[in-house]
Write a protein that binds this ligand. Structure first.
Ligand code: G
Ligand code: G
Ligand code: MN
Ligand code: NA
Length: 249
């Protein structure tokens, strides 16, 4: 419970921040979007990494507060860049208990309105586990959210309970190829085959596809040749503060 009480204090003190990792057009290298990733830092150093505190926040219900805060920050940031002529889409990770909380859609709608942001500039990254476990409730919620104009991406596609049939039933716009597949595309024929299959499937379902964790030029070349249109990873830039991200635009 130590992380929980420290997290409550961190929220009050404003020690949470969003960092932004570039997503680039595979052909031109132009920055087309960003993934917002939460950081809990004091004096520029991580107090805890998100994979440590996000699960605690999910278990204790604090995810409602910090998840809403993250969405608000992302909407404001996207609106600022949009006003400066950079219409880039910001993707925000949404945890299952946050997404399934009553009022999530209404609160998203309010945040979009208050920031005067075109909703197409926000994307939610959902997990397979959430989409599957929420069943019909998830499907209805997803449709309502799409009606707002916000797009939906499936994070770490193929690592959860992948039933391919659900891709038809849920209104998903984008598949994200996980880092664990991308890492080995140049050295392991199975990873290469799986990655190509995800890209082909996304294309035939008229979905977008984003490769995560791209670290080398070889990986980028493979993905580009396989038809992946958007790339994300340390090769193009790590998650960084908004001011630094702005220099890429
Ligand atoms: O940022 P990496 O840099 O360490 O993130 C680790 C994990 O934490 C990722 O799985 C990411 O999805 C999750 N994460 C980061 N920021 C957020 C957030 O704002 N909300 C949720 N739900 N998860 C986040
Ligand atoms: O689970 P999710 O995909 O939302 O989290 C993204 C995570 O991946 C973050 O922890 C982020 O810092 C990390 N990440 C982003 N790009 C790279 C990369 O090129 N290599 C590695 N090893 N990690 C990355
Ligand atoms: Mn993500
Ligand atoms: Na991911």
């Amino acid at each position: 419970m130590r992380i929980e009480s420290e997290l409550r204090k961190a929220i009050r003190r404003g020690d949470l921040k969003l960092h932004y990792q570039p997503k680039v057009d595979a052909d031109t290298g132009a920055v087309v979007g960003a993934e917002a990733l939460m950081r809990w830092q004091v004096d520029g150093r991580d107090v805890y990494r998100p994979d440590q505190f996000v699960p605690v926040a999910e278990e204790t219900g604090l995810i409602g507060v910090i998840g809403k805060w993250a969405l608000q920050q992302a909407c404001r940031q996207a609106a600022t860049w949009h006003r400066r002529g950079h219409g880039i889409t910001i993707a925000v990770n949404v945890a299952a208990p946050q997404f399934l909380q009553p009022g999530f859609r209404a609160s998203l709608q309010e945040l979009l309105a208050e920031s005067e942001l075109p909703p197409q500039l926000i994307e939610l990254e959902l997990t397979e586990r959430m989409v599957m476990s929420g069943g019909e409730q998830s499907r209805l919620l997803m449709r309502e959210i799409k009606e707002l104009g916000v797009s939906l991406a499936l994070d770490d596609f193929g690592t959860g309970y992948s039933s391919l049939s659900y891709l038809k039933h849920f209104p998903i716009d984008v598949l994200k190829i996980p880092r664990t597949f991308v890492r080995d595309v140049a050295t392991d024929s199975d990873s290469a085959a799986i990655t190509e299959a995800i890209i082909t499937m996304a294309q035939s379902l008229a979905m977008g596809v984003v490769a995560e964790g791209v670290e080398t030029a070889e990986q980028a070349a493979f993905l580009r040749a396989a038809g992946c249109t958007v790339l994300q990873g340390f090769l193009f830039g790590p998650p960084m503060p908004a001011e630094e991200f702005a220099t890429l635009l």
